[in-house]
Design a protein around this ligand. Structure first.
Ligand code: DGY
Length: 325
């Protein structure tokens, strides 16, 4: 069985594939393949392991119907047309759970860094501006006892809520399409409407999946409803916020700060005005980027493929309907 990976993945995943007898070829160049190139390459492979910005659409699946498995090195699968994969009976796997802790850490890091203008102050020193102590300058805001609002309380949001509660005794409110019973067991987690989430959060952290419903949901109207002292954090998908509206909300004081691990578009331009703002911290979509988590993700992604080659179901399938077909 032959497996193609669209990125170099951690050795832990390669070892699992090779131990199962697979031949593995990895795309090792630092640019994405064009769709036509990927389609052509896939003709010689039985399974595809994808990471990065690769988009798999109806045309891809119609021309690669022979694939036995598509496995993502991510929990999010908004870059894959799942209906098309299902139509062509191709199971799609992903890597939930193993990255929840690391991604929640990234949201926590951004929340704290924004609240104390950390990235901006680091740059300030690099520019040689650290010379005169002024007690009223560069003040941040504290997180103790503040309200953390979570948009899309699932596995990652729950991890963040626990950390925020433990470290800063924050109160947790959340908005989901429907109530999350596990979340209700978090001490004090309260379900609120979307408007209440906007109005009551001191920190608003986004953890929902990108869908037609959530695309662009954090827009001018949403930011206008937030507190002028609030911080917006997005470690989920950049397409959920309108970046121009976010920039204006920061400029006109509708909100106080923003921490982004995901931007809209990606990559963010080095000339983006957000990078010059004291209360903005941006990271290059690296929420799950730890040695431990990326290895765990690579193992899961490989196990999803090996399971199919062994005639079993993937341990983590997005489109379980394919097994019924
Ligand atoms: C994920 O796992 O979805 C991360 O955002 C990487 O894309």
């Amino acid at each position: 069985m032959k497996v193609y990976t669209t990125r170099i993945i951690p050795d832990a995943g390669i070892a699992i594939l090779k131990n199962a007898g697979c031949e593995v070829v990895q795309h090792s160049e630092s640019h994405d393949l064009l769709k036509e190139e990927l389609i052509k390459i896939c003709q010689d492979f039985d399974a595809l392991l994808i990471a990065g910005h690769v988009k798999l659409d109806e045309e891809f699946f119609s021309k690669c119907q022979h694939l036995k498995a598509v496995s993502l090195l991510s929990v999010g699968y908004d870059n894959v047309d799942i209906n098309a994969a299902t139509k062509y009976k191709i199971p799609v796997g992903h890597t939930p759970d193993v990255l929840s802790g690391a991604t929640a850490d990234t949201a926590f890091l951004l929340m704290l860094a924004v609240s104390r203008k950390a990235f901006y102050m680091y740059d300030y020193i690099k520019q040689g501006k650290w010379n005169f102590y002024q007690p009223t300058a560069n003040l941040g805001i504290e997180l103790n006892n503040k309200v953390l609002g979570i948009f899309g309380l699932g596995r990652i949001g729950i991890e963040l809520a626990k950390k925020a509660k433990g470290a800063y005794n924050m109160s947790i409110i959340y908005h989901n399409r429907k109530r999350n019973e596990e979340a209700e067991r978090l001490p004090g987690a309260r379900f609120v409407s979307f408007d209440e989430l906007l109005q009551q959060s001191d920190i608003l952290s986004v953890h929902a999946n990108l869908s037609a419903e959530t695309r662009g949901i954090f827009n001018k109207d949403a930011f206008a409803k937030m507190k002028p002292t609030s911080i917006f954090i997005n470690t989920a998908r950049g397409a959920m916020h309108n970046e121009q509206d976010l920039t204006e909300a920061l400029q006109n004081g509708s909100i106080w700060g923003a921490g982004l691990d995901v931007t809209n578009p990606e990559p963010m331009s080095k000339n983006n005005v957000l990078l010059t703002m004291p209360t903005v911290c941006v990271l290059p979509h690296q929420g799950s980027a730890t040695v431990e988590t990326r290895s765990a993700m690579a193992k899961l992604a490989a196990e999803n493929i090996v399971a199919i080659f062994e005639g079993k179901q993937m341990p983590h399938t997005v489109n379980k309907e394919v097994y019924a077909q």
